[in-house]
Design a binder for this molecule. Sequence first.
Ligand code: HEC
Length: 102
Amino acid sequence: MRTPTLFLALLLAAAPAFADPFAKGDIKTGKTLHDKSCISCHVSMTGGDGSAIYSRLERKVKNPQQLQARIRNCNANVGANWFPEEENHVGAYLNNAYYHFK
Ligand code: HEC
């Protein structure tokens, strides 16, 4: 039977892409970038350290694609001028700390 083998091979080849959406991101670098550019507004909105915006019940971001899009928009709005790799580091940090998308 060739088909199941092929299917399994495809599945394995595709698996890493789904396992962790920000696998290439560095969490520590992401935290540094995030803490520098991204906290001020969130603090004024939620108080505390601002992280409640990521864990509030009615949070907007529901999947990794939305998280990535949000980081990209905020990056542009704030003028942080991050490269895509840097957005990815911040994604890795936020996902690890708050969102836990798989
Ligand atoms: C100019 C103010 C401001 C700055 C600076 C800012 N944000 Fe935001 N951010 C907001 C606002 C306002 C919301 C809530 C929007 C909403 O509720 O729809 C938000 C929401 C978010 C969310 C979604 C939270 C949820 O609902 O799940 C993410 C993720 C986020 N910001 C990431 C960032 C990142 C990354 C940076 C740094 C590049 C950043 N923000 C900087 C104003 C800001």
